[in-house]
Design a protein around this ligand. Structure first.
Ligand SMILES: [Mg+2]
Length: 290
């Protein structure tokens, strides 16, 4: 087994089952690698408060925290830790309030177009850092498991087609992109079936920022990095799952692994292992023994 010097990984569904599940197993698997100076970088769409109840730093020693980083909020936050164990930005994407409000305007325009032209009703979550979530399935709450589950793609594709968006998610992405063009805003739009996410950044920005500010300056080469997630699955033409955004021109020489258990097509460059959280934590434990 190859020995990696930096491991990027998704949190919900990859390191823990969901955000309320105990983190002990993940912490126990991570600590020996941090002791050895392996960089661990959590890449998640959520915010710090939703990772281990906002107390992740407290699970590790000051020495271990020097190698622990988080890329969160769809490109908005890139954290390391200060000596007191508080998360601090190591790379700020610098999106100002005016731009955030323009993203809100774009999201409303998308909502309005879907309502008026297709009779498709959505809801918008504005309270996210530098992006909006447009809820495509208002009736379907995910409960505690805030990640993609089996039937959601089929459900939303059928629902969109029933409203005249015959190419489903692909049509939705085109529509959102057109709104961005009208407003002269270079939108990065992703979709995980339930939510259409509209902003100027995504997980690619987290990965590139952390590679540039943390990993590469330590002399770690891109090919010594691994990237683990549970959502690489192809969702529509031209759109793979959110973890696939960890692959950028800079990170591409690394190795990509999918522990997702939903059946379907994945990009050719990802190793689909399945097995969920157990598979990923087992990999961490094996790395620590190399
Ligand atoms: Mg996940």
């Amino acid at each position: 087994m190859k020995r990696y010097q930096a491991i990027f990984f998704d949190w919900d569904g990859t390191a823990v089952l969901n955000r309320t599940a105990p983190v002990d197993k993940a912490v126990a698997a991570m600590a020996p690698l941090l002791d050895r100076g392996v960089c661990l970088l959590i890449i998640s769409g959520t915010t710090y408060g939703n990772i281990a109840g906002g107390r992740l730093g407290g699970y590790f020693t000051a020495a271990q925290r020097k190698y622990l980083f988080l890329g969160l909020g769809r490109g908005s936050y890139n954290y390391g830790y200060n000596t007191q164990g508080q998360p601090v930005q190591v790379a700020d994407p610098g999106i100002d309030e005016t731009t955030v409000l323009r993203i809100h305007d774009a999201s409303y325009q998308i909502h309005r177009k879907l309502w008026k032209e297709y009779g498709y009703h959505t809801d918008i979550v504005f309270d996210r850092p530098n992006y909006c979530k447009i809820d495509l399935m208002n009736q379907n709450t995910r409960g505690q498991s805030l990640f993609l589950s089996g039937d959601e793609v089929t459900q939303v594709q059928a629902e969109l087609a029933a409203h005249g968006l015959n190419r489903g998610i692909a049509d939705l992405l085109d529509l959102a992109q057109a709104v961005g063009n009208e407003l002269d805003l270079p939108l990065k739009v992703t979709c995980d079936a339930k939510y259409l996410e509209v902003g100027l950044l995504n997980k690619s920005d987290n990965v590139d920022a952390l590679l540039n500010t943390v990993v590469l300056p330590r002399g770690i080469r891109p090919e010594a990095c691994a990237y683990w997630g549970d959502e690489y699955l192809k969702l529509a033409d031209g759109l793979n799952g959110s973890d696939s955004f960890m692959r950028t021109s800079l990170s591409a020489p690394g190795d990509f692994f999918d522990v997702g258990t939903v059946a379907g097509e994945r990009p050719l460059w990802v190793n689909h292992l399945g097995g969920g959280v157990d598979c990923f934590l087992d990999f961490l434990r094996k790395q620590a023994r190399l």
